[in-house]
Design a protein around this ligand. Structure first.
Ligand code: GLP
Length: 262
């Protein structure tokens, strides 16, 4: 696992956006592989990344015409046009400002009449697109990745999940009232994320310090589902200084040394 420690949130966003930009620009479409496939998160953590990706596009340094996206999750019961849906979030913060082909955007449908079939269709669509090249993720304060709440199987696939009380309380900040927060979501599984060729995780803020510690320094546990990344062949966490408060000094020093080329 690679751990990149930046001074602040904006630097984290800039680093990851530049990283994704270089991957997209290095991609050469072929008959066998027409698109580079990204997995994308919602939440406040990826906002600086999306802001910078939009800026790179507007500066003419980045095009999304060869990019396919799969979002991580969506609330059950919210129409795509609902202001608190993840569909709406993604269009507002990224898709409306870039040149991605609309048909290349994939987001789970939270109002699908048959959620089980919707999740199976999503998994099949990922396979049909050749798998995910780079899955970008955030993390919950309880260490969840996508909506894989504590106790989720580390080999889980896309499915319906009931949200924990903690997640409902934390995510209520995006809603007007806590009783508006859906209690269930459709989410890719930990196994779906682990199948990606590369995973990049954003961990920022002091409130994520315990989640970073559990993900990096403690054992793999279904109670901190992001810790599954310890088993991934190509996982990178990009965090800010504030989130490192629970890490050992020697852990921080070591990963800083690695990045400085020592
Ligand atoms: C939600 C999302 C996760 C996200 C998490 C953290 O639960 N399902 O994908 O990582 O929130 O959000 P934030 O970045 O706002 O802290």
């Amino acid at each position: 696992m690679r751990l990149v420690i930046k001074d602040n949130n904006d630097q984290v966003g800039e680093f990851i956006a530049n990283y994704i930009c270089s991957k997209i620009n290095a991609f050469v479409p072929s008959e066998q592989k027409k698109y580079i496939v990204l997995g994308l998160p919602t939440g406040s953590s990826p906002l600086p990344v999306y802001k910078r990706l939009v800026a790179l596009h507007k500066e003419g340094r980045l095009s999304f015409k060869n990019v396919v996206t799969f979002n991580m999750d969506e609330y059950v019961g919210l129409q795509p046009g609902h202001p608190f849906s993840y569909h709406h979030f993604m269009h507002e913060n990224l898709f409306n400002h870039i040149d991605i082909v609309r048909d290349n955007i994939h987001i789970l449908c939270g109002v699908a009449p048959d959620p089980v079939a919707e999740c199976a269709r999503y998994e099949q669509s990922i396979i049909d697109h050749g798998g995910i090249d780079l899955f970008l993720g955030g993390i919950g304060v309880d260490g969840h990745i996508a909506f894989n709440e504590p106790g989720s199987s580390l080999s889980s696939r896309t499915r319906l999940k009931t949200l924990t009380k903690d997640t409902i309380i934390v995510n209520s900040r995006f809603f007007e009232r806590i009783d508006q927060v859906p209690t269930r979501a459709l989410t890719v599984g930990v196994g779906t994320i682990m199948d990606a060729r590369e995973v990049v995780l954003i961990i920022t803020g002091h409130n994520k310090a315990m989640a970073l510690y559990k993900t990096v320094e403690e054992g793999i546990s279904h109670m901190w589902t992001a810790s599954a990344l310890q088993m991934h062949k190509k996982a990178m966490i990009v965090c800010d200084d504030a989130s490192t408060d629970e890490l050992k000094v020697k852990t921080v020093r070591y990963f800083k040394d690695v990045e400085s080329g020592l």
